[in-house]
Design a protein around this ligand. Structure first.
Ligand SMILES: [Zn+2]
Length: 441
């Protein structure tokens, strides 16, 4: 059968628990993978050949929790502070957000991700408009789940009306956009957090998710301050409070979970809640380290995620993978935890399941064709005894040479096809500096 793209000569990492193939072949037809095999795989009818010699062919990274659009405007704005002070300053800028600025932020963020090999992402909007990111994704069509943000108290009180208006028309939003653009675009519900949403809001989100069949994406148990808040307000820890509301379930992605006790872990396991693990952001904002070993032992699905560029400063899962390995070795005082294979699964196949996109994150016949090529023929990765070790501990985002999403070649030899990268960077720079000037001087 003729294929549209054949990728040859690289080491193929199918992920999803399947073994690597030296000098393997991956073929793509339409938006799906049609073959994953050895060098004998027939590619005689391929319309386009990509030579991956000296590199790795693997699923694109699934970034299971981020805030690209708004957070990119806050990258490097405020460093060396705790989470709640940081959130407060962010809102000074957020009050002045406009569509054009958000559009350039979204587009620059999508550009950064495609160049870093992230082919799918789970976006949590902090209760502001989604439309600019939808427009940006027409230019750089990554696989995206866009979670409409809701909140009604605390710092987020000014967004209460917006949240209720959006929930009231959510059925229309879903029928217009969910599973559109050949399946690339999904819509989700994103209540912000236990300290910014009241019980009624959690009940309404659960009702909408059940009736519309879309997933939920929220922040949960992100450090001691949040635990203190719900313990004082509701007499329970955050996970236990949401469980008491009947909110948790297999359709929920809970980001962070950096503060969990044994009972919390048992609840997440019982309800089938998925977790997006953001170790860089948690360390940077002093939010603690998730007890990952206990979480994994309980059978909970965990994806690796960057969180937004304000608290990570880059949309780079290579950095996240390396840091995950280091922080868990330190936290457990056990060099055998976390292993490189586990880290790679968390950023691909498990990450995709954690964000409710099980049709991506692995190279298998019938899976969506979200594929990247990573060059390992570099000074900083040589001599490459083990491609997996190179990827987790030596490779960089800039080593990604090709990104394919839904069967479409979005980046070829580091050139993003059909976009003016310099214009995007400069437009975003201008818009961001103008916003900062009018907000905080
Ligand atoms: Zn977040």
């Amino acid at each position: 059968m003729a294929c549209d793209i054949a990728i040859l000569n690289g080491t193929v990492l199918p992920m999803g628990g399947r073994p690597d193939i030296e000098s393997g072949v991956v073929t793509i037809r339409g938006n799906s993978i049609t073959a994953v095999g050895d060098s004998a795989t027939d590619v005689s009818d391929a319309r386009k050949i990509i030579d991956a010699r000296g590199g790795v062919v693997m699923p694109g990274f699934a970034n299971s929790h981020t805030h690209v659009a708004s957070n990119l405007l806050l990258r490097g704005l405020l460093e060396d502070v705790l989470l709640f002070e940081w959130l407060q300053t962010m809102w000074t800028l957020k009050r002045n957000f406009d569509h054009e600025t958000l559009y350039w932020a979204s587009l620059c963020g999508d550009l950064e991700m495609v160049k870093a090999g992230i082919t799918s992402f789970n976006e949590h909007f902090d209760a502001y408009d989604v439309e600019p990111q939808m427009a940006a994704l027409e230019e750089i069509p990554l696989r995206a789940t866009l979670g409409y943000g809701f909140a009604d108290r605390g710092l987020y009180a000014p967004r209460t009306d917006y949240s209720h208006r959006t929930m009231a028309r959510f059925a229309d939003i879903v029928s217009e956009h969910h599973d559109s653009r050949d399946g690339l675009l999904h819509i989700a519900l994103s209540p912000h957090a236990v300290y910014s949403c009241g019980a009624e809001m959690w009940h309404e989100v659960r009702r909408l998710a059940d009736s519309l069949g879309v997933s939920i994406h929220t922040h949960l148990s992100e450090g001691k301050q949040e635990v203190a808040y719900t313990t004082e307000t509701y007499g329970m820890r955050p996970v236990q409070w949401l469980d008491s509301l009947g909110f948790l379930g297999p359709d929920v992605t809970a980001a962070h979970c950096s503060s969990l006790d044994e009972r919390d872990i048992a609840i997440l396991a019982r309800t089938g809640t998925k977790v997006a693990h953001c170790p860089v952001s948690n360390a940077k904002l002093g939010s603690g380290t998730m007890p990952l070993r206990a979480v994994m032992a309980a059978g909970i699905t965990v994806g690796l995620a960057t969180d937004g560029p304000a608290s990570h400063n880059s949309s780079d899962l290579f950095e996240e993978m390396k840091f995950a390995g280091l922080i868990h070795k330190t936290a457990t005082a056990d060099v055998e935890f976390l292993k490189i294979g586990e880290i790679l699964e968390m950023s691909t196949a498990q990450g995709a399941i954690a964000m409710h996109r099980p049709d991506t994150g692995r190279l298998a016949v019938g899976a969506k064709a979200d594929v990247i090529v990573v060059n390992l023929d570099t000074a900083h990765t040589q001599p490459v005894y083990d491609p997996r070790a190179a990827l987790v501990y030596s490779s960089r985002a800039d080593d990604v040479t090709h990104s394919i999403v839904n069967g479409k070649l979005l980046m070829e030899n580091r050139e993003v096809v059909g976009v003016d990268e310099e214009r995007i960077r400069h437009k975003f720079h201008e818009a961001a500096h103008a916003l900062k000037k009018c907000s905080i001087g």
